[in-house]
Design a protein around this ligand. Structure first.
Ligand code: GDP
Ligand code: MG
Length: 441
């Protein structure tokens, strides 16, 4: 499996200090095979691998992760970025009804999805109407009616006994009906063939022209694998769509189709369907899908933990130094960066009795500000960082120029640092830890 492959390849990297070109190439080769096994379409795999190589080569070597973990992290981040891209909500019309048209191959799960969407919309206070425009198969209409009953929403269908009926006409009349009966969303179920079919594609396009959908959702079975690309392209060119719904994710498909469809059409994946019941339906989560395609959920959790532990360790070291009065500006910066990353300040400062006052030092420090502080500190010589007392007026001017900030900001940083240091030493004295003067009450 993908997981085994990556794990064994990445095992070879373990223990090496840096990602060499040879490492990256070897890893990329294995990831390529692995993605193909997950049923990602070949051209998509090629493009993706090129992206990964590019990023891995430019990546700074992480201190928190070993090279193996770092490659997986990059692959995962790229996957999430591609799958998520511009995640967005369902487009609702300013003037009701909102028209949602479903398109896709036969068996992809359109009719089932109609019921799921109706249930989901109803929960959000909408009053959907289902429309039966699949008049190809004898019991397609009945199937939609059953689904509608289960969801507790009405279904608009051609009257029985009137022959096959014209789906375009049904669609048009359904819109009129929705206005009359005040349905604010209309879900149009359409026919699909097992393969891409000119005639049905034209029929779908005619329905589209008649109802002017606010959303056309391309419904695609996650098990479709390599065919995802050609099918998606055919529907994109034949009908056009604004979003994708991935179905049958409860099966054992790795979900490579998600990556293929997203990469090739650029349209967002809005929903995921994972079962036959009406409730087996959710918004699409790019991170979950990336984990599934990679098949390395455990590894990803480990990476996250390793990074957090590393932050924690740095913060603890900085905090220990604070108490002894040995703190340098670099420690000060580390401390602030770590606190930022770790979220609630209390997590870290809880380690220092009474250190909640440190909050004042960090209040109003946003990411942008932190970037500037970092630039200032990087603009100092090692000697200045270690012993900020030596930073006199002319040094301040030089540092400000070098890091592109005002002298006032350099002053501000240095003052903040001395205040924090003084405060920590006082506390260390009061609580009797570290080597501060006084050593306890
Ligand atoms: P349509 O031809 O596109 O309308 O597809 P249907 O809605 O009739 O679905 C075809 C088959 O797939 C039916 O047996 C559904 O119960 C089943 N199905 C649809 N969505 C899912 C899903 O998410 N998971 C599973 N396991 N089965 C599904
Ligand atoms: Mg159907």
């Amino acid at each position: 499996t993908l997981s085994d492959r990556l794990t064994s390849v990445l095992q070879n990297l373990r223990g090496k200090g840096k990602l060499s070109d040879a490492d990256i190439d070897a890893t990329a080769r294995e990831i390529r095979i692995a993605l193909l096994e997950a049923d990602v379409a070949l051209p998509v795999v090629r493009e993706f691998i090129a992206q990964i190589k590019q990023r891995a080569k430019g990546a700074e070597v992480s201190a928190a992760l070993n090279p193996a973990q770092q490659v997986v992290k990059i692959v995962n981040e790229e996957l999430v970025a591609i799958l998520g891209g511009e995640t967005r909500r369902l487009n609702l019309a300013k003037t009701p009804p909102t028209v949602i048209m479903l398109a896709g191959l036969q068996g992809s799960g359109k009719t089932t999805l109609a019921g799921k969407l109706a249930t989901w919309l109803k929960k959000q206070g909408h009053t959907p109407l289902l429309v039966a425009c699949d008049l190809q198969r004898p019991n397609a209409v009945t199937q939609l009616q059953v689904v509608g009953e289960r969801a507790g929403v009405p279904t608009f269908a051609p009257e029985p006994g009137n022959g096959v009926g014209d789906p375009v006409d049904v669609a048009r009349r359904a819109i009129d009906e929705s206005r009359r009966a005040q349905h604010d969303v209309v879900v149009v179920d359409t026919a699909g063939r097992l393969g891409v079919d000119e005639e049905l594609m034209r029929q779908a396009a005619d329905i589209r022209d008649a109802v002017q959908p606010d959303e056309t959702l391309f419904v695609v079975d996650a098990m479709i694998g390599q065919d995802a690309v050609t099918t998606a392209e055919a529907f994109r060119d034949g009908v056009g769509f604004t979003g994708v719904v991935l179905t049958k994710l409860d099966g054992d498909a790795r979900g490579g189709a998600a990556l293929s469809v997203r990469q090739v059409t650029g349209q967002p994946i809005l929903f995921a369907s994972n079962g036959e019941k009406l409730e087996d339906f959710d918004a699409f989560h790019p991170d979950r899908m990336a984990g599934r395609i990679l098949g390395m959920g455990d590894m990803l959790t480990l990476i996250e933990q390793a990074e957090q532990a590393f932050d924690q360790e740095k913060a603890e070291q900085a905090a220990a130094k604070l108490g002894t009065g040995e703190m340098t500006l670099e420690d000060f910066l580390d401390q602030m960066l770590a606190v930022r990353k770790m979220g609630p300040i209390g997590n870290l400062l809880g380690m220092l009795p009474g250190a909640g006052q440190m909050k004042d030092q960090l209040a109003g420090v946003d990411d942008n500000h932190l970037d500037r502080l970092q630039a200032i500190i990087r603009g100092m010589t090692p000697a200045e960082r270690a012993d900020p007392k030596m930073i006199n007026a002319s040094r301040r001017q030089r540092i400000a120029r070098g890091s592109g900030v005002a002298v006032r900001e350099v002053n501000d940083l240095v003052n903040r640092f001395f205040e924090a240091k003084k405060m920590m030493q006082q506390m260390a004295g009061r609580f009797g830890f570290g080597g501060g003067p006084g050593g306890g009450k």
